[in-house]
Design a protein around this ligand. Structure first.
Ligand SMILES: [Fe+2]
Length: 311
């Protein structure tokens, strides 16, 4: 059995501080900035500086403007308090530090409240190209610039509202087994729709296709591959395809969806919610993501969830 050697810094997978918060079951934590080591800062600098030319070529304009508005720096890990001060004036979104994985319902519920669960650790220098867990580079350099745009922020809140709708629908099913089966299918659909848009979406621009998905924008290897490789199918976004396509986490994506605008994306998320209500998400193709009983259960007992104000 592998034993983890804990480190006093904020390195992904080994940080003593983060592990101690997980043991305490504290999902919401602070960002103890003084714990970033010289190596953590060096990893951020390297990750950021090598992405800059890639972003120039392949990132959507909204992302580039968002970076500028947030004044994200190459030379140091950002302080979330600074990022949030700037975000507050733009869309009211906040990057909320968390200790790690957040169950689906909590994640989407946070979005509906304009909160984005944000990892504070930095991947180790030895694995800059791949991190099995999200890190602050993925969350802050990849996601947060998009949160500066009001239309995109509205889309995120709409995804959050969809999770509330799923909980309301499934809470009304008397047969627990049937309710669990349906909620697993619906959450799989919600996760796939999110994956093929917010994480891996492409968008048309006057300069050709550009990436707005954060999984692409935080990946040195995959961003160029997504937009330039003949090995990738780039198809106009079609919700039923996204819902029935299983996610492959272990390789570069071979199918990506293209949208025209964030207005279109908002319409698609509205459609997702409508289909959910019509039962069209109750029987989706199996495969990834697998939704566990633990993940499904909160949707069935979510009566105490604070419902979002309408967007
Ligand atoms: Fe992400």
């Amino acid at each position: 059995m592998n034993t983890v050697e804990f480190t006093p810094d904020l390195t992904t997978g080994t940080s003593e501080y983060v592990m101690s918060q997980r043991v305490l079951n504290s999902r919401s934590i602070r960002q103890p900035y003084e714990l970033y080591s010289a190596e953590n800062q060096e990893a951020w600098r390297k990750l950021y500086s090598r992405m800059e030319p890639q972003w120039e070529r392949f990132a959507t304009e909204v992302f580039m403007e968002g970076r500028h508005k947030l004044d994200l720096r190459t030379d140091a890990v950002p302080r979330l308090s600074d990022v949030n001060l700037r975000l507050a004036k733009l869309t009211g979104f906040r990057a909320e530090p968390v200790s790690g994985y957040i169950p689906a319902l909590n994640f989407f519920d946070a979005l509906s409240r304009r909160e984005f669960p944000t990892t504070i650790t930095v991947r180790p220098m030895s694995s800059l190209d791949y991190t099995s867990e999200p890190d602050i580079f993925h969350d802050v350099a990849g996601h947060v610039p998009m949160h500066t745009h009001p239309d995109f922020a509205t889309v995120l809140r709409r995804f959050g509202a969809c999770a509330h709708t799923a909980a309301e629908l499934c809470a009304g099913i008397p047969n627990h087994r049937e309710a669990t089966r349906r909620v697993k299918s619906i959450v799989r659909g919600l996760a796939r729709a999110f994956w093929f848009t917010v994480e891996f979406g492409l968008m048309k621009s006057h300069d050709g296709l550009r990436a707005y998905g954060s999984g692409l924008l935080s990946s040195y290897g995959e961003l160029q591959h997504a937009l330039a490789s003949p090995m990738v199918h780039r198809a106009p976004f079609q919700l039923e395809w996204a819902l029935h396509t299983h996610i492959d986490y272990d390789r570069f994506q071979c199918l990506l969806f293209v949208i025209d605008s964030f207005d279109q994306l908002f319409t698609e998320v509205e459609r997702l919610e409508r289909w959910m209500k019509e039962g069209r998400l109750d029987n989706l193709t199996g495969g990834e993501p697998q939704i566990s009983d633990m993940e499904a259960e909160p949707f069935l007992s979510a009566a105490d969830l604070v419902l979002p104000h309408s967007a």
